[in-house]
Design a protein around this ligand. Sequence first.
Ligand SMILES: Nc1ncnc2c1ncn2[C@@H]1O[C@H](COP(=O)(O)OP(=O)(O)OP(=O)(O)O)[C@@H](O)[C@H]1O
Ligand SMILES: [Mg+2]
Length: 341
Amino acid sequence: MAAVELTSLRKSYGTTPVVKDLSLSIGSGEMVALLGPSGCGKTTTLRMIAGLEVPDAGKISIDGREVDAPGLHLPPEARRLGMVFQSYAVWPHRTVAENVEYPLRLKGLGRAEREAKVKQALGWVRLEALAGRRPDALSGGQLQRVALARALVGDPRVLLLDEPLSNLDVQLREELRAEIASLRSRLGTTMVYVTHDQAEALGLADRVAVMNKGVLEQVAAPQVLYGEPATAFVARFVGGANVLEGVSDGTSVRIGATVLTCEAPLTLPTGRGQLVVRPEDLSVTPGDGPLLTARLFLGGATEYHFNLGEHALKALAPASAELQMGSPARVTLRRARWFPL
Ligand SMILES: Nc1ncnc2c1ncn2[C@@H]1O[C@H](COP(=O)(O)OP(=O)(O)OP(=O)(O)O)[C@@H](O)[C@H]1O
Ligand SMILES: [Mg+2]
């Protein structure tokens, strides 16, 4: 039985459709990331699962029980979910322990049981030592751990997270990301994790659902998404691929005035289409092709930018002293995908 089942969900604000006929089945114990650009409908989808928004059409089931359907809408508190948002949403006048305890009070649990559960949840996020602190004496990472403990303390059926790390600096973000991964393997909680950060989605989730303009473009395991993007959008959004419209003769692609040649054994279908190629799948050597317009040393590799008429092309290759700004290069394709037009 699916932990969360979304069936043909729709939601509009005014006349603008924001979520369009979205269906997704999330298994028990599974972690699914909803990944997509700003405004694509991720938060709206999560808020519908939470019961904070009412779908215009479609159905939502949690653990096999319908919580939204035509004529049916269960309020958030009846869904037994945990939620963590980007803003920590921690009560400033309560201590860490009181914050975590609050959902248990709402449920009417007795004192001894509350204390035991709070202790356990603070242990999960390694905050036992700070139980008596006030939030204003905590770092962003600690605040978000309080929010996590509070979301987990009531033993939620599903934990919903909306960009939980995006208010943190890079180092804290990496730390807490590892913490969420470890929590998950210990607790086995089903999670829906909203993010626009591909590294977070690919690194944490069992499956990633890539969303674009209210529609799921592809739902797949991270390796599949990265290796076999179903659409040019997914390739661009997830792997940072170049997407270039051109004409292929099978072993080379003409893009405007520029020709990119395939390196054997790569061949492509012939005709007009979209060439999708990741920066790291291009080879760059001095030659008589496109002119180098930018060169960024990144440590392990150098990023080269070329201007192909109206398109920009980005390549990631070893540093070459011979390739200087404004000089012509030969750019070849080691691996690429082709979407016919
Ligand atoms: N209450 C609302 N009233 C009107 N429009 C809304 C409302 N909430 C969201 N929208 C619009 O719906 C669209 C989707 O919003 P949503 O918050 O779901 O996007 P998102 O994918 O979470 O984006 P982000 O990555 O920026 O958080 C946006 O265009 C947004 O402006
Ligand atoms: Mg959002």
